[in-house]
Design a protein around this ligand. Structure first.
Ligand SMILES: *Cc1c(COP(=O)(O)O)cnc(C)c1O
Length: 393
């Protein structure tokens, strides 16, 4: 029953046509943070997402850092962040010497906007048009919202709260390129394009990849202008090298963008593959007691980037970590949900507001193979393993 070839969790899907682009970067010598692939890739991302403009970065993390800087987050400001996320959504808050306030998730795995509202209503005061955390006396300036696993967060509600409480909204759309809303106030709009600033990532495990890289979008031209300026060492005069501010070396290289211009053309095909595998899994798993493939929001076109399996230990007979180990022995690579960020060493002692739901998911979710190149025969092997392992403790 054991297969010898590893079925990986998620691998990049790169076509050899990229070689032509890379060849051009070598022949022209445009290998660093200038060159035609960068501007082309920026234009393609803007067009695809419907954003007025996009600004490239070295990584999604760098993009989030720039976003906080552009929005004027200052040391001691509070920034609301999810606990159920990859830690890169939170670390940039600390780069700015600001204070994260951790928020719980709801059943979509995304930030619980009702709890957020409760926090703002019950724990904060409105003082001179600012929201002040009553306990810490610090201003609450922004929310970083993550569209977890490509599942669109409740932006309708968040944008209402933004208006009401004068908050900046940064969309961490690093996992959600290609996800958009089908209903509500933002019908037709892509994740990342709704808040003040949105950030995408092209790390190797994301839905398209440039090896490493990111992109910032915004409805506000001045934010993008400023992000582009700060991302190239804040050069006020490019000839005489005059700098009036501290900037960063955060722009994408032409080599990375040479991958990107090709990858973005494959994105819709990748999403089709992700959705189709997801549906096959869902149909096959639906009759295995104790397992549930976690749903994406129905009123959205989610990119279905990562699939989460929820394991009910009582019904299934194995707990999440036993299942993970057994699958691993069968050469099926899976991964537990990230450790919650508010429990990680650098963030213990930070404010965490009534985090309950996220703790339940932390122990019971498993990400299962979801590469866009996953074969149906491989998917069948995963399902077969899940079926036979149930109740085998
Ligand atoms: C991948 C990821 C990031 C960071 O993107 P990089 O390009 O790897 O720096 C940030 N937030 C979340 C939620 C991510 O999944």
């Amino acid at each position: 029953m054991k297969n010898s070839k590893l079925i990986p969790l998620s691998v990049p899907n790169l076509s050899l046509t990229i070689l032509e682009n890379v060849r051009e970067t070598i022949e022209t010598g445009w290998v660093s943070t200038g060159g035609r692939f960068i501007t082309e890739f920026e234009a393609k991302i803007a067009k695809y997402t419907g954003a007025p403009r996009a600004v490239s970065t070295q990584s999604g993390t760098a993009g989030l850092h720039l976003a906080l800087r552009v929005l004027g987050i200052e040391p001691g400001d509070e920034v609301i962040v999810p606990s159920l996320t990859f830690i890169a959504a939170v670390n940039p808050v600390r780069y700015m010497q600001a204070e994260p306030v951790f928020m719980d998730c709801d059943d979509t795995l995304n930030m619980d906007m009702d709890k957020l509202q409760r926090f703002l209503e019950l724990e904060c005061d409105q003082v001179n048009g600012q929201t002040i955390n009553r306990r810490t006396k610090r201003p609450v300036k922004a929310v970083v919202v993550v569209h977890v696993f490509g599942n669109p967060a409740n932006m309708d509600k968040l944008m209402q709260l933004k208006e009401q409480y004068h908050l900046h909204v940064i969309e961490d759309a690093t996992e959600a390129l290609g996800s958009y809303y089908l209903a509500g106030r933002y019908a037709g709009q892509h994740c990342g394009t709704i808040g003040d600033i949105g950030v995408y990532s092209f790390n190797a495990n994301k839905i398209i990849t440039t090896g490493g890289g990111g992109m910032i979008v915004s409805p506000h031209e001045e934010y993008l202008e400023r992000a582009a300026f700060l991302g190239v060492q804040a050069k006020t005069d490019p000839l005489y090298f005059i700098h009036d501010e501290v900037g960063y070396n955060y722009r994408m290289t032409n080599i990375q963008a040479a991958f990107g211009t090709d990858q973005i053309d494959q994105l819709e095909r990748f999403i089709d593959a992700k959705i189709s595998s997801y549906r096959l899994y869902q149909a096959a798993i639906s009759d295995i007691p104790g397992l549930e493939l976690y749903p994406f929001r129905p009123d959205t076109r989610a990119n279905h980037w990562f699939y989460s399996l929820y394991i009910d230990e009582q019904q299934y007979g194995l707990n999440r970590d036993e299942l993970l180990r057994q699958l691993n022995e069968r050469h099926i690579q899976t991964r537990p949900l990230w450790g919650l960020v508010h429990k990680q060493k650098p963030y213990r002692g930070c404010l965490a507001y009534e985090i309950e739901n996220a703790c339940r998911f932390e122990d019971n979710l498993l990400n299962i193979p979801c590469s866009t190149s996953l074969l149906e025969s491989e998917l069948d092997q995963v399902v077969e393993a899940l079926r036979t392992l149930g109740g085998t403790r």
